[in-house]
Design a protein around this ligand. Structure first.
Ligand SMILES: [Zn+2]
Length: 343
């Protein structure tokens, strides 16, 4: 079978590999769809010191299960949790499974392959059954779980005014969820070049889109002067602005990574203090809420298929990913689909 690997920045190799046998607590999954995540793009763009498998937003069909596996069977359609909690940890036993991410996972351990491959061997814990939606739509369950964690962290209430900074797939889904949760005004902030993302934000209920490359976010005339909740799906350097535009009692929920010097952020602690703000981190590891996400997609509350702006087959992965990287105006989400799974 075939699997794709990152060889050098934006250079990939599709190789013929043979998989080992599955263990009693493992499952062999035929990959039907795998989304390209921001994390994959960072990995693809970095200088890999060794050849690396990638892809973790996976939907597929079970081909084989180990002797200990009871909750799924060959033929089942599944989405794969990208991280799980250790059922035996103290945090989990104390009812905070969200604080433990040391459970079984499919990241690079004995795996020769990840999502950008024809097949992957995964721990049974990661498999969540689904039906009734396309594989491409189902591959978006993993990032939707990230968006769900973000809006839960922000504790959005009826009649809140909400700003979403960064309208990538997760920002867009979070914006849609903020609407569904009863936000009064929803604002999005995204660079003007990202036309398709801004257009989808409007279709999904944004009242206004602010382009920080054209106008200062901190000078925007928000209906309430500022906003009650800020969802940040952008680099940490945006946090100071998020604090400035928050109303009294505001909550800022943040997810974003910068491993460079811009990972260090300073902000006005007096505003933070006097306005009684809260800055909260959302980190969807372990990956929770998959059944909830499947329900949200099936009910049409978040139509993940609308995010998919390009698809490619495993054989066309290099071209598909490079095209996705370069098409900033039209690209929202790229998904690899197996031949039979064309959406
Ligand atoms: Zn991801």
């Amino acid at each position: 079978m075939k699997a794709a690997y990152v060889k050098a920045p934006f250079h990939f190799e599709v190789r013929d590999v043979s998989l080992r046998d599955i263990k009693p607590d493992e499952v062999l999954v035929k990959v039907m769809a795998c989304g390209v995540c921001g994390h994959d793009m960072i990995l693809a763009g970095g200088a890999a010191d060794k050849i690396q498998p990638f892809g973790h937003e996976i939907a597929g069909v079970i081909e084989r299960v180990g002797a200990l596996v009871r909750h799924v069977a060959p033929g089942d359609k599944v989405v794969l949790e990208s991280g799980t909690f250790d059922r035996f940890s103290a945090h989990s036993r104390n009812g905070r499974v969200d604080l433990d991410n040391k459970g079984p996972n499919f990241w690079l351990k004995d795996n020769d392959t990840m999502g950008f491959a024809e097949r992957i061997i995964v721990p049974m814990e990661t498999c969540v059954k689904f039906d009734g939606i396309s594989f491409a739509a189902a591959s978006l369950v993993e990032p939707l779980g990230v968006a769900v964690d973000l809006v839960k962290t922000a504790d959005i209430r009826l009649n809140n005014d909400v700003l979403v900074i960064g309208l990538g797939p997760i920002g867009l889904m979070a914006l849609r969820l903020a609407r569904a949760l009863g936000a009064r005004k929803v604002y999005g902030a995204e660079l003007s070049v990202a036309q398709a993302r801004c257009a989808l934000a409007r279709r999904w209920g944004a009242d206004a889109i602010i382009h920080p490359d054209r106008e200062k976010l901190t000078e925007y005339a928000f209906a309430r002067g500022g906003v009650d909740r800020v969802l940040v799906t952008a680099p940490p350097k945006t946090i100071p602005d998020a604090i400035k535009v928050s109303n009294v009692g505001g909550i800022i929920a943040f997810l974003g990574i910068d491993y460079g010097p811009e990972g260090q952020v300073t902000f006005d602690s007096n505003i933070f203090h006097v306005n009684k703000l809260q800055l909260r981190s959302s980190f969807a590891s372990p990956a929770l809420f998959f059944p909830e996400c499947l329900d949200l997609i099936q009910a049409g509350i978040v139509n993940t298929a609308e995010l998919v702006t390009s698809t490619f087959a495993l054989d066309g992965l290099a071209e598909g990913i490079r095209h996705f990287r370069d098409d900033r105006a039209n690209a929202i989400k790229a998904v690899m689909v197996a031949g039979e799974a064309a959406r």
